[in-house]
Design a protein around this ligand. Structure first.
Ligand code: GDP
Length: 137
């Protein structure tokens, strides 16, 4: 059993598609081990995306991630990390495969509906970044 972190980003929360995205996870064998809706501040979003701090889009990314509430989830299941990445689709929704979350719900490369951990090591660190042990069930 693996665990991975997902974030339903502000664009998808504003569109009212939290339930539709959670359904993609549950319908594809990913169990919700934790879930909370939060408003990130610039410090928390900046720290979360620190790996991108030298990229030209870092400022825009932090601004976008703090533009409204997000829903943060821990997904659990067999091959959860890779399965979630498959369900998400490519970073740029224009390149995302048909039927993926980003193809169906995202508008642009910055407002791209969801985040998903891209390795098991990152997943463990990202889960710890947002959740205490008691919150992951
Ligand atoms: P992901 O793992 O598919 O989310 O993609 P990355 O780790 O490469 O990038 C992290 C996030 O940064 C993406 O989900 C986008 O929200 C954002 N991002 C990536 N590339 C760009 C870009 O060229 N412009 C902007 N504005 N945002 C970007």
């Amino acid at each position: 059993m693996e665990q991975t972190l997902s974030i339903i980003k502000p664009d998808a929360v504003k569109k009212g598609v939290i339930g539709k995205i959670v359904d993609r996870f549950e319908s594809n064998g990913l169990r919700i081990a934790a879930m909370k809706k939060v408003q990130l501040d610039a410090s928390k979003a900046g720290d979360f995306y620190a790996v991108h701090k030298d990229r030209p889009f870092y400022g825009e990314l932090v601004e976008f991630m703090t533009s409204g509430p997000v829903v943060i989830l821990v997904l659990e299941g067999e091959d959860a990390m890779a399965k979630n990445r498959d369900l998400m689709g490519a970073t740029n929704p224009k390149e995302a495969a048909k039927g993926t979350i980003r193809a169906d719900f995202a508008d642009s490369i910055d407002a791209n509906a969801v985040h998903g951990s891209d390795s098991l090591e990152n997943a463990a660190n990202e889960i710890k970044f947002f959740f205490s042990k008691e919150e992951v069930i």
